[in-house]
Write a protein that binds this ligand. Structure first.
Ligand SMILES: Nc1ncnc2c1ncn2[C@@H]1O[C@H](COP(=O)(O)OP(=O)(O)OP(=O)(O)O)[C@@H](O)[C@H]1O
Ligand SMILES: [Mg+2]
Length: 244
């Protein structure tokens, strides 16, 4: 079976400084994979390369066996902050990339996505009228508008309170199961990585050092002992890198 995403970054530098070195990564369709590692180790840089936002590197990135040449509609990207356009309604933000010119709030695809993320009531709202969690749900709906096969998320839930965060995590899992896209998520939260992931990739400075499988069946309970053991494995791997 061809992997959905397959990459090898031999070398990525900023100026002369090596930021990624010999990073290999394969992701299967529908897989949920987290990327953890200390600040500055290169996680966001790797996501930006996969998203096609930075093409200055030595290596290869393939989606479905085809080399990626820049930004692809098959890959969605969600950031820590929602990055909604403040002068557009929720519907117009979600449908920002669409071709048709009819009213966005009457578009069945936009309505259906907003229904899925629980924002249909806010379809005509402006971003300033939304809470942080609502705004991030709008950003998720926008990220799914092109029906991506792979969704990249860079610390997507770190700016919201703990309860909202758990709800957004469950929403992400439900959407991934429903739509079948794969997930590559950068997080500093080890509980989040253990709870969400099929695999957790641990990064040291510029390289992936561990690829930890999380076998716990779904749906998962946050109180499952097996997840506590997964958290310990992730911590052990991080400690081995940094001698904490
Ligand atoms: N545009 C840039 N120009 C120069 N250096 C950069 C640039 N972007 C990132 N870097 C450097 O590359 C390294 C990796 O940065 P990156 O943002 O990928 O880290 P990160 O793992 O995402 O960190 P964090 O967890 O803090 O978000 C850092 O040393 C950073 O200073
Ligand atoms: Mg980062």
């Amino acid at each position: 079976m061809t992997a959905l995403l397959d990459l090898h970054i031999r070398d990525k530098r900023f100026d002369q400084r090596v930021v990624l070195h010999d990073v290999s990564l394969s992701l299967n369709a529908g897989e949920v994979v987290s990327l953890v590692g200390k600040s500055g180790c290169g996680k966001s840089t790797l996501l930006r390369l996969i998203a096609g936002l930075d093409r200055r590197f030595d290596g290869r990135i393939a989606l479905d066996g085809q080399p990626l040449a820049g930004v692809s509609p098959h890959i969605g990207l969600i950031f820590q902050e929602p990055r909604l356009l403040p002068w557009l309604t929720v519907a117009d933000n979600v449908g920002f990339n669409r071709d048709s010119h009819g009213a966005a709030n009457a578009d069945p695809r936009i309505r259906s996505l907003l229904q899925e993320v629980g924002l249909l009531d806010a379809i005509d709202a402006l971003p300033k009228q939304l809470s942080g969690g609502m705004a991030q749900r709008a950003a998720i709906a926008r990220g799914l508008f092109n029906q991506p096969r792979l969704l990249l998320l860079d610390e997507p839930f770190s700016a919201v309170d703990a309860f909202t965060r758990m709800r957004l995590q469950n929403l992400l899992l439900a959407l991934a199961a429903q739509h079948g896209f794969a997930v590559l998520l950068v997080t500093h939260d080890i509980d989040e990585a253990a709870y969400l992931s099929d695999r957790v990739l641990v990064m040291g400075q510029g390289e992936i050092t561990d690829d930890l499988h999380v076998a716990t069946a779904r749906p998962r309970s946050r109180h499952d002992d097996a997840l506590a053991r997964t958290r310990d494995r992730i911590l052990d791997a991080l400690e081995a890198i940094h001698a904490i």
